[in-house]
Design a protein around this ligand. Structure first.
Ligand code: G3P
Ligand code: MG
Length: 235
């Protein structure tokens, strides 16, 4: 089953979410890959963090887009989770790509452009992935589907994944319209028939987020490519 699991924000059960220790744990456990979230700093750096604000996962306060990289790097992103992670920093995307170091490992980069628009986010994320020669191992996803179109416009061969919550009718039609590689539906909207039809139509399905082994197994039997596993591990 490990080869079908993408650790949601890294292995966030045992390490602070979206940090290098959480991603390193996914590599160590032999999982298929990771899902991570990217926002942008005031000075245009790619910041790996889920929320638009730093408040929940660091000792700081404020919006990522209002802070420079230097300010973001001065924050502690580990102590809130556990004392042993005190001093862990928020990573930039390049640090994560460096950690992957070209091994067989999937990276699902979620562009967090759904709430705040970050001019140039798509260009910069693509540039970073190309720099590390990881294009074939990356799926770019977003709830903001204009970001996905932008990615395809810049690099047609890039793999995009359509994130959505609703119980869409014929979601494969929409996925094909966007020339997406995969659909990333919210778990409750996934059915066996839907997965099978997506595969017939040439789209992979990667549901989020799964939190137990039985559900993961059922989805894998349906034919999903990966499951985005909450806490990043099988419980
Ligand atoms: O990419 C799947 C999942 O991460 C989407 O929701 O809010 O956890 O980023 P969220
Ligand atoms: Mg995410």
């Amino acid at each position: 089953m490990k080869e079908k699991i993408l650790a949601h924000r890294g292995v966030s059960l045992t390490a602070p979410e979206n940090t290098l220790p959480a991603f390193a744990a996914a590599i160590k456990q032999g999982l298929a890959g990771i899902e991570l979230d990217v926002q942008m700093s005031k000075d245009g750096h790619l910041i790996v963090i889920h929320d638009e604000r730093v408040d929940r996962t660091t000792n700081g306060k404020g919006l990522v887009r209002d802070m420079t990289l230097e300010e973001i790097k001065s924050l502690d992103a580990g102590t809130w989770f556990a004392e042993k992670y005190s001093g862990v920093k928020i990573p930039v995307l390049e640090e994560v790509l460096e950690l992957i170091d070209n091994r067989e490992f999937m990276i699902n980069i979620e562009l967090k452009s759904g709430i705040i628009q970050y001019p140039g986010l798509e260009e910069r994320v693509l540039e970073a992935v190309k720099k590390y020669n990881l294009l074939d191992k990356v799926i770019f996803s977003s709830f903001n589907h204009y970001s996905l179109l932008k990615i395809k416009e810049i690099h047609e061969g890039a793999k995009t994944g359509v994130l959505y919550y609703a119980g869409l009718v014929d979601p494969w039609e929409y996925g094909k319209k966007l020339k997406a590689y995969s659909l990333h539906p919210f778990l409750p909207s996934v059915t066996e028939q839907m997965v099978k039809e997506c595969l017939v139509q040439g789209l992979q399905v990667i549901p989020f987020t799964v939190n137990n082994k039985e559900t993961a197994k059922k989805l894998i039997d349906f034919g999903v490519e990966y499951v985005i596993m909450d806490w990043g591990q099988i419980t």
